[in-house]
Design a protein around this ligand. Sequence first.
Ligand code: NCD
Ligand code: ZN
Length: 468
Amino acid sequence: MRALLSGGMVITPSSRVRADILIDGERIAGMLESGAKVDVDQRYEIDGMLVFPGFIDPHVHSRDPGAPEKEDFAHCTKAAAAGGVTTILDMPNSMPAVVDAESFEERARQHEDVAHVDFGLWGLSTGAENLGELPTLFKAGAVAVKVFWGYYLDRSTRALVYEPGGIHADALIPPPDVGELLEVCRTVARLGGVLAAHCEESSILRAAARDLGRDVETYDDLLATRPVAAEAACIALGAELARATGCRFHVVHMASGRGVELVRQAQQKSIPLTAETCPHYLTLTAADHAALGTTMKVFPPIRDEEDRESLWRGVADGTITSIGSDHAPHTLEEKHSSLANAPAGVVGVETLVPLMLDAASSGRVGMERLAWILSEGTARLYGIYPRKGALRLGADADITVVDPAATWTISGDRLHSKQRFTPWDGQTVRGRAVLAFLRGALVMQDGEPVGQPRGKLVRRANPQVEET
Ligand code: NCD
Ligand code: ZN
């Protein structure tokens, strides 16, 4: 089957050109001069539209298996497609967690039955405990390994424990200490992989909670118990570990201006440290809590206007290389608990692209930069480039077509995730993904997923692992 996308403006990180894209089967078969005559089975006239390499959401907690009441893989990949995302990278903290090659392959098989978009899998590092499994995880094709620096894990399920207070120590795996992380970094560096970290240092969190001396009641209390220093300390240590070992260290969901400064300084010294942020840190501030309540409770917490501005500067100057949604659904019932007890996490895979397109429409970020942070840069970081993240001959025909002029209103009711509430409910945005192709097949039209599940696992290409 051959198809032609004709009349669109093709956006790459370094250019925008009017070109027609020829798709043959699952691959891109050519970039043709606009208006070129070719024989195809199907033609999409997309004058006035922008054409991006399929967008990638590198930070999705599908909850599958383990917490089907919160989310499952079918729903979150439908939501991804609806929002214009053609590949998601699934976080390892489902139950059971992805901690070795066996659980990796098992997860891949489960997901392939129901996936509406392609997906990569993260591996979980539990510190010294599964250090020996990291080579097999990378060999299997894990896109990166994640350490939840600051979280205790439930010893029997490896689930994250949001609030460890009151739980017996024997039932918990404590967060890895810095020495363990040094070993993890050494191993990941040797394997040529990426180590990513949730950065909130747990002893600082504990001290801050002691300082507050009572339960969290207000959003200011929440900020006081999860101070900027907790994130900054992890990033500073991460930079040292990366410097000492050569490990590619990636800070996920960075939330503070101080974090941006530290990452920038490390990069100026050529330390292999990069960072991701999320739409909620770029579009919301603590002041929104009055209207949004626990819907916007997330770890690390959403902070002040100054942090938001610094994060945008980090996006603009390249300090931040990737943007993920940190789609971390919980049920409405769970979220309706008190600020102290509600679990942390925002529903976001479907709103990632709309919010970033809206930011581009208002001039906050260039469309070309979006092609990098939502596609090519992310694909390169996680070792799936140029199969993904590239509109070039032979690449997977993953393509997101955007109508830059469409103005529409985000509505929780219309989300495709299991959880149909969002901090951006009722917000009008400009720019919309109107078509998405996955390996040549149409998977979304006008914001609705189409077709049967056909998503497949994409494995990280790992030269170092293959050599050993
Ligand atoms: C995430 C979750 O619920 O899985 N929650 C969150 O607030 N970001 C875990 C995490 O990434 O910290
Ligand atoms: Zn996290």
